[in-house]
Structure formats: structure tokens, C-alpha cells
Design a protein around this ligand. Structure first.
Ligand code: ARG
Length: 259
């Protein structure tokens, strides 16, 4: 009686041990990939936008974010959200990194830690093709301007005397509002305005040549996550060295980055 019970118990123990060993084995074969949660506002082509067919988030930033993640040994997960929600999401720990054409500004740098700059940008204006009066920022005084909420373009527009600034959640809405005649101009980042002019087929609009404010895009990391800032900077540096950055740049801008 006693022996039988012992046997059963030992058998059970053996099964348990084998099972545990099996688990250990499996875990060692396929370590769970570390996930890096990247936040972006995805109506900002060619930096971040949704591919109509595949529904994937694509663009210069998205490729660069995935390359940086890979370099650091992470699998990148993109989370799309409003531009004005990005810094709160980072501070709240819902995302690890912002890669969203975000310009490095002193105000933002008080809240988040920025990587080294990865793209040179600036602001520009789109007006109706037949508009003869608005030639640059000076003539925006007293005019109606469409911008994206929370952006440097919005900040800049609000400084213009007598201007009525209409803030939209997505960039598509700003361009639509111009087309519909609800505003006189759209103020937005130059490369995004250029992309719109090149790809939208919108013949009713024109891009003005005046550009304001040199702005640098940086990836943003929570202040408390200093280690990640270092890792991101190192990854960016490596991608610049090994030619991967140039490859991604050429893919989206059709030319080599200026030195
Ligand atoms: N560079 C501008 C800024 O930092 C606009 C960025 C908008 N980005 C976006 N993904 N919608 O304010």
C-alpha cells in the first residue's frame, strides 16, 4: 500500500519535473522579443502615415524607428495617436519613444529628453493657387490659418497678428479646409507640404517659397528613462555609420541627405 502510494507520487513528481524542464527548454529556444512601444501621429507623410492597402504604418520615421529598435534588440510596436497626446502618453508610460516628426523645442525639452537630431525641417505655407496677395508669413496677418493641433506650426501661427488659427487633429483636415475655402492658408512642416504638393494631385493649391524657423526633428524619451536616450543615440549613430540611415532617407526623399 505504502509503496504503491510512493510510486504514484514519484511518478507524478517526474511528470512535473519533465514538464518544467520542457517549459524551460521552450523558453530558451525562443526568447520573448522585447517590445519597444513607439508613438506617432500618423497623418504626416512622408514621415508617418497608414498605407492604404496594407494598413501598416509606413514612412521615413517608421522605417527609422524600426531600424533603431532592431539595432537595440527590440521589436517595434507602433501606436497611433493625436499629436497633442504623444508627450502625455510618454510621461504616463504608455509608450517608450516618440518618433513623429517632432521638432526639438526648449519647451518640450523641459518635459522629455530628446535624441540627437535626425532630420532638418522648417515651416512653410500653402495657399490657394490663385491667391495673389499672400506671399509669405508677413501677409498672413489677419488671415485664417489651418494648422495641426499641438505643433510648432500652430505655435507660429498663433504669433501672427490678428490671425484666426484653426487647429485640426489631422493634416488631411487642414488641406481639406483650404480646398473648401474655410481658411486662407495652411502652415505646416516644409517636407510634408512638399509631399502634399507632389502626391495629392491638388491643382488648386500652391506652396510658397518662404520658409521660417530651422527645426530639427528628434526622437523623444521620458526623462526618467535616461538609459534609453543613450541607447537610441548610439543606435542612430550606428545606422548613420553603416549606411542604413542614408538608405532609408533616399527611399523616402529620393536623394541623399545633406551632410
Ligand atoms: N514638426 C512639427 C512639430 O514638432 C510638426 C510635427 C507633426 N507630426 C506629426 N506626426 N503629425 O510640432
Amino acid at each position: 500500500m505504502f509503496n504503491k502510494r510512493m510510486m504514484v507520487m514519484m511518478a507524478a513528481l517526474l511528470v512535473l519535473l519533465l514538464g518544467l524542464a520542457g517549459c524551460g527548454q521552450k523558453a530558451a529556444d525562443k526568447p520573448a522579443a522585447k517590445v519597444l512601444k513607439v508613438g506617432a501621429e500618423t497623418t504626416f507623410p512622408p514621415f508617418e502615415f497608414q498605407d492604404e492597402q496594407s494598413k501598416e504604418y509606413v514612412g521615413f520615421d517608421m522605417d527609422l524607428a524600426r531600424a533603431v529598435g532592431k539595432q537595440m534588440g527590440y521589436e517595434v510596436q507602433i501606436q497611433s495617436m493625436g499629436f497633442d497626446g504623444l508627450i502625455p502618453a510618454l510621461e504616463g508610460g504608455n509608450i517608450d519613444l516618440i518618433v513623429s516628426g517632432m521638432s526639438i523645442t526648449p519647451e518640450r525639452a523641459e518635459k522629455v529628453s530628446f535624441s540627437k537630431p535626425y532630420y532638418k525641417s522648417g515651416l512653410s505655407i500653402i495657399v490657394k493657387a490663385d491667391n495673389q496677395t499672400i506671399k509669405g508669413f508677413k501677409e498672413l496677418e489677419g488671415k485664417k490659418i489651418a494648422v495641426q493641433i499641438g505643433t510648432t506650426g500652430a505655435e507660429e501661427a498663433k504669433k501672427i497678428k490678428g490671425a484666426t488659427v484653426r487647429e485640426f487633429n489631422s493634416n488631411a483636415e487642414s488641406y481639406m479646409e483650404l480646398k473648401a475655402g474655410g481658411v486662407d492658408a495652411v502652415v505646416n512642416d516644409l517636407p510634408v507640404n512638399q509631399y502634399y504638393m507632389a502626391k495629392s494631385g491638388d491643382k488648386s493649391a500652391k506652396l510658397l517659397s518662404e520658409i521660417s524657423n530651422a527645426e530639427d526633428y528628434g526622437m523623444a524619451i521620458a526623462k526618467k528613462n535616461g538609459e534609453l536616450t543613450e541607447k537610441v543615440n548610439k543606435a542612430l549613430e550606428e545606422l548613420k555609420k553603416n549606411g542604413e540611415y542614408d538608405k532609408i532617407y533616399e527611399k523616402w526623399f529620393g536623394k541623399k541627405p545633406q551632410a
